[in-house]
Design a protein around this ligand. Structure first.
Ligand code: DX5
Ligand code: ZN
Length: 227
C-alpha cells in the first residue's frame, strides 16, 4: 500500500468558520479529517466532542472524507459509542488511557468503526504484541499530545521504521493492511523524511490551517507536493 494520505487536524482551523475550513481542505484533495478530542484530564487542554463531530459529518461524508477521531481522553470506553453515533469512521486511543486495551479496541470495532492505538513519544510499541488483529491503524505521536504547533521529535523517525517493520511482517502473514499515521509537527520540510521512515498517513494541523486566520488553500498543496 503505497498510497499517502494527509489528514488535516481541525484543531488549528478557524472554529468560527469550521465548515468552510473543512470544505477548503476537502477541495484541496484531503480524504481524512483529523479530529482531536482533549479532556483537560489525560491532556492539559479541552477541545471538541461528539456534538461537533456530528455537525461536520454530513459535510465530510458527502465529500467522501473519513472522520479520524483521536481520543486524548481518560477513560476512553464511555465516549466511544457516542463518537460512533456521531459519524466517526476511525477511532484511536492511547493505551495508557484504557484499563482494558483489548476491550476498548473491540468496543470501537463493534460500533462499526476502524480502531487504532496511539503511541506517545516515549510509549513503547509492545502494546501491539497481542492485538495486531484488532488494529486498523497505528498512530505515532511525534509531539507530546495536547497542543498544535509543536516541534517534531526526531526520535519518531526510528520508531516509525520499527512500526513499519511490524506492520509489513503482519501484512505478509495475514494479508491485512494497517495504516501507519504520524501526528505532530509535520510540515512541508520534514514530510518527505517521515514518509521515507514508513508513515503512510500524515496529520498536519498548523501546517495546513491558519489557526484562527483564514487558511491559505495553497498550504495543503505545498505539503502534498513534497511526497
Ligand atoms: C496534538 C494533536 C495533533 C495536533 C497536530 O495533541 O494530536 O493532531 O493538532 O498539530 P500540528 O500539526 O500543528 O503539530
Ligand atoms: Zn491528533
Amino acid at each position: 500500500d503505497k498510497t499517502f494520505r494527509i489528514a488535516p487536524s481541525i484543531l488549528s482551523a478557524n472554529f468560527a468558520k469550521l465548515g468552510q475550513e473543512i470544505e477548503n481542505v476537502i477541495k484541496s484533495g484531503t480524504d481524512i479529517v483529523h479530529f482531536d478530542v482533549m479532556d483537560n484530564h489525560y491532556v492539559p487542554n479541552l477541545t471538541i466532542g461528539p456534538l461537533v463531530c456530528d455537525a461536520i459529518r454530513e459535510l465530510s461524508h458527502n465529500a467522501g472524507a473519513l472522520i479520524d477521531v483521536h481520543l486524548m481522553v481518560k477513560p476512553v470506553d464511555r465516549i466511544i459509542p457516542d463518537f460512533a453515533k456521531a459519524g466517526a469512521d476511525i477511532i484511536t486511543f492511547h493505551p495508557e488511557a484504557s484499563d482494558h486495551i483489548d476491550r476498548s479496541l473491540a468496543l470501537i470495532r463493534d460500533s462499526g468503526c476502524k480502531a487504532g492505538l496511539v503511541f506517545n513519544p516515549a510509549t513503547p510499541l509492545h502494546y501491539l504484541d497481542y492485538v495486531m488483529d484488532k488494529v486498523d491503524m497505528i498512530l505515532l505521536m511525534s509531539v507530546n499530545p495536547g497542543f498544535g504547533g509543536q516541534k517534531f521529535i526526531p526520535a519518531t523517525l526510528d520508531k516509525l521504521k520499527q512500526a513499519r517493520a511490524r506492520i509489513d511482517a503482519y501484512t505478509e502473514k495475514s494479508g491485512r493492511q494497517i495504516w501507519l499515521e504520524v501526528d505532530g509537527g509535520v510540515n512541508a520540510n520534514n514530510i518527505a523524511d517521515i514518509a521515507k521512515a514508513g508513515a503512510d498517513t500524515f496529520v498536519a494541523g498548523s501546517a495546513v490551517f491558519g489557526a484562527g486566520k483564514d487558511t491559505d488553500p495553497n498550504r495543503y498543496d505545498t505539503i502534498v507536493g513534497q511526497l
